[in-house]
Design a protein around this ligand. Structure first.
Ligand code: PEP
Ligand code: MG
Length: 861
């Protein structure tokens, strides 16, 4: 039995030995078996680019190596000639899943060093060997990295020291056999991939638990010949903006000798007054690179970043990757490729992740403004903000309480800093990367953030930081944080509103051509309406009118109305509110220029407008000239045990009809006024919190009466549409009765979720995370629409409503409206529009287009 198992293992080993292949035009290489890098190298070879000889190891081979099988590295090395020098790079299915770092110069040993010292000079040979020893010692032998640090890589003494340190630490001389070196490198890279930390990290980036790793072994193209030989990377568009721009760096052999001696400036690629450029040094190779870039663009249908070497005139292409890019560049690249006919418009639309558009929707530093950079770091959360510098969360909260914008500067943030981050208008940290606490939280909050600004020296004691150029920034100094570029600028730099550039507009214009569901915005004020207009919403789907009453002078009148004992007193207060509401509605209609505007009648319980502390009550008594005891009594009388299920919404409309009558009059008068100046307006009036048909009948009768009165008084005719907000389970179930009396039904999924689950939307936060963690709910149903439960009510409501009134317009206007998942649901249910916050309108437009395209593709045989 034991013998049998051994024999099986031997057979398996044999398979492993055989399973690597040279990447040629025709070799069987696939992303699923060999990874993206291997496949990309094959594509480059097929495009005729000069790629050095490369072998690909498949996922199962690398996995077997991690398990302890040995690859036939003797044979592999032999494929590269008598004195091979190779590199090994990872090749996972998706480059975003990470992987072990590349290891170069495998094959360097004493003999090769001696030979290279003769041909390319001792210092360059020292550097090659020492770099390999460093990588091998740290990643393969797992020795302490500090021990192998060297100031000058070209120094012969440093090389000798590294060799003897290696020997001291491992009790063996540095391995001289290239096949053994390669074998050990392959094993360490394979094992690194299978380690728990690496697995968790890539799973967090969306990789499956069993994601495989391929490896590519490539002949080194050293670029160590004549002085202009060297290595570099080149790309043809800017990864931040997507604009056409030749960018990259090149380190020539002569230069790298200087660089190795401490002068680290790479030379420029294109003609530059500061010195010789690659274009001048190697014009032929430079021209070839431009041509290769263009070839990759048209044939790989992507903007690629190309890694290359030039060795005594011979150009080698070592690798090419999709240019790393932010969302803005992603949009421009997709649009430009489609405009040039390289990809279709549909493909351009599908390439952009809808949620990533929100990055483009924030304020940015004015590109034309002078920039005085204090320090740079990693751009971790987009957008720009200005504020005075503070160094603690307490200070941030104190400044915010005084209405002062501030920038929270910390070495790194911890959960204790959450309140400070909420209070700050931007965050800057000395340490950290794009997934650090500060970065993740700031992105969630939508606050601009820069992390890893290691060029600054932070002193918590002195409450200041020192910039790389020696300038000192103290607490209270004004700075501008450019979270999109990663630069902290001195002073109050001018900002521009969201980056809706031409590429963004073009892409969303294409989205509008293919989407089959409208996207409106929830907008309560003229400012919101202007944002909705800028993001090209198809109209306003929900204007919560009560928000208009919270402003200074209106609140007092509102309170007078609430406190009125007699109908005349209430009417007097409402008469004062009428012109204010009318002005608001005129502004909304004018901004939306003929697009539909849906105004919801007053919804919240009246007590929300009353003060709830002693001081506030005293001030109110003073303002109303009433004894404090009267005010207290009235407030008590209005208080309810369950206000969200109490006297609110249409219940107010039925019991105090004057409020809705005033609002209806304001809407109709504004309709006449706005139609006189611009496009004809057909207002939509929506009744909230309905649960019975009779509520609709009663309110409709009164609103019709107001409309008739306004027509008679003004002699102007107009039409309007009356609708019902379906946000109680009963309204969804009785949607048939209700739809017979109205033109539209809009599902308010916030209240509907609250009432379906019996879950307070204001208190659920206390236990929601536990509920999600323990998988009681798959997601917070207030964030992601519960398609099973609340969704069923939506389906029932829409079907019954449509059956009773086939013309009825159906929509959703709760917070779920902008989520891609809700858009999918609403399209399937045949809704006419979704309505969401203005900043989510572009995300919803693109997402709706993608669903339409997916459906069309699925239907095409
Ligand atoms: C809703 O309940 O879904 C809704 C949109 O109304 P509000 O959030 O104002 O209650
Ligand atoms: Mg509601």
């Amino acid at each position: 039995m034991l013998r049998r198992r051994r024999r099986d293992a031997a057979v398996q080993k044999q398979d492993v030995f055989a399973d690597y292949r040279e990447i040629t035009e025709t070799a069987e290489i696939s992303v699923k078996m060999h990874g993206g890098r291997a496949k990309c190298l094959q594509r480059l070879i097929r495009l005729g680019l000069p790629v050095p000889k490369t072998l690909a190891l498949s996922f199962p081979t690398v996995h077997a190596i991690a398990e302890g099988h040995l690859a036939d590295t003797e044979r592999m090395m032999a494929a590269f000639g008598e004195v091979p020098l190779v590199s090994v790079r990872p090749s996972s299915e998706d480059p975003d899943w990470g992987g072990p770092g590349a290891i170069l110069n495998i094959g360097m040993n004493d003999a090769r060093h001696a030979f290279l010292a003769e041909t390319i000079g001792e210092r360059a040979a020292n550097a090659l060997y020492l770099r390999f020893i460093q990588a091998y010692a740290i990643h393969v032998a797992r020795l302490d990295p500090d021990m192998f640090e060297a100031e000058d890589l070209t120094d012969a003494a440093a090389l000798r020291r590294a060799l003897s340190d290696y020997e001291d630490e491992t009790d063996e001389t540095f391995p001289q056999d290239p096949a053994r070196q390669l074998s050990e490198v392959l094993r360490s890279m394979a094992r690194a991939w299978e380690g728990t930390t690496a697995r968790l990290l890539r799973q967090a980036r969306g990789a499956p638990a069993d994601a495989g790793l391929g490896l590519v072994v490539q002949e080194m193209a050293l670029g160590l010949g004549q002085p202009e030989s060297g290595s570099g990377v080149i790309q043809f568009v800017d990864g931040k903006t997507g604009e056409k721009l030749i960018k990259g760096r090149y380190l020539s052999q002569s230069q790298s000798r200087d660089a190795l001696a401490g002068q680290k400036e790479a030379i420029f690629l294109t003609r530059d007054p500061r010195g010789p450029s690659l274009e001048e040094l190697c014009p032929e190779q430079f021209a070839a690179l431009l041509e290769y870039g263009a070839r990759c663009r048209t044939r790989l249908r992507e903007e690629m970043q190309i890694e290359f070497t030039i060795d005594s005139g011979a150009l080698s292409i070592i690798d090419a990757v999709r240019i790393p890019r932010n969302s803005r560049a992603e949009v421009r690249i997709a649009v430009d490729l489609a405009k040039d006919g390289i990809i279709s418009r549909e493909e351009a639309l599908m390439r952009v992740e809808p949620r990533s558009l929100s990055e483009l929707l924030h304020r940015q530093v004015d590109p034309d403004a002078p920039r005085d950079t204090l320090v740079e770091g990693i751009a971790a959360s987009p957008g720009a903000a200005r504020g005075v510098v503070v160094f603690s969360s307490a200070a941030a909260q104190a400044r915010a309480a005084q209405g002062e914008a501030c920038v929270l500067v910390r070495r790194e943030t911890t959960p204790d800093d959450i309140r400070g981050m909420h209070a700050a208008s931007a965050v800057l940290t000395e340490r950290g990367g794009v997934t650090s606490h500060a970065a993740v939280i700031a992105r969630g909050l939508g606050v601009p953030c820069i992390v890893g600004a290691s060029g600054m020296t932070l002193s918590r004691k002195a409450n200041q930081f020192t910039c790389p150029d020696g300038r000192i920034v103290r607490e209270g100094d004004m700075v501008t944080v450019d979270g999109s570029s990663g630069a902290v600028l001195a002073g109050e730099t001018p900002l521009v509103e969201a980056g809706l550039d031409d590429a963004f507009q073009t892409l969303l214009g294409w989205a509008d051509e293919v989407r089959d569901i409208k996207v409106r915005a929830n907008a309560d004020t003229p400012a919101d309406a202007r944002t909705a207009e800028r993001f090209k919403a198809d109209g306003i789907g929900l204007c919560r009118t009560e928000h208009m009453f919270f402003e200074g002078d209106r609140l007092t009148v509102m309170r007078e109305m609430i406190f009125a004992d007699h109908t005349q007193d209430r009417q007097a207060a409402l008469d004062q509110l009428l012109p204010m509401q009318r002005a608001d509605f005129i502004a909304l209609f004018e901004i939306m220029q003929g697009r539909p505007v849906c105004i919801r009648l007053f919804d919240p319980p009246l007590h929300e407008f009353l003060p709830n502390d002693r001081e506030g009550l005293r001030e109110l008594a003073e303002a109303l000239d009433l004894p404090l005891s009267d005010v207290n009594r009235r407030v008590e009388a209005l208080s309810e045990f369950n206000p969200m299920l109490g006297m609110r919404g249409v219940r107010l409309g039925v019991t105090i009809p004057e409020i809705y009558e005033m609002q209806a009059r304001a809407i109709f008068e504004a309709t006449i006024e706005a139609s006189r100046k611009g496009d004809p307006v057909v207002p939509e009036i929506m009744i909230p919190l309905v649960s019975a048909k009779r509520e609709v009948e009663l309110v409709k009768t009164r609103i019709d009466a107001v409309a008739a009165a306004v027509r008679t008084e003004t002699g102007v005719d107009f039409t309007y549409r009356l609708g019902v907000m379906v946000e109680t389970p009963r309204a969804a179930l009785r949607a048939g009765d209700i739809a017979a009396h109205c033109s539209f039904l809009s599902f308010g999924t916030n209240d509907l979720t609250q009432m379906t689950y019996g879950l307070s939307r204001d208190d659920a936060g206390r236990f929601m995370s536990q509920y999600v963690q323990q998988e009681v709910f798959p997601e917070d149903p207030f964030h992601i629409l519960d398609a099973e439960g609340v969704g069923e009510l939506l389906t029932i409501g829409s079907e019954r409503g449509r059956a009773a009134n086939p013309q009825v317009t159906l929509s959703i206007c709760g917070e779920h409206g902008g989520n891609p998942e809700s858009i999918a649901f609403c399209r399937t249910a045949g809704f006419h529009y979704v309505s969401c916050s203005p900043f989510r309108v572009p995300v919803a437009r693109l997402s709706a287009a993608q669903y339409a395209l997916r459906d069309a593709a699925a239907e095409t045989p």
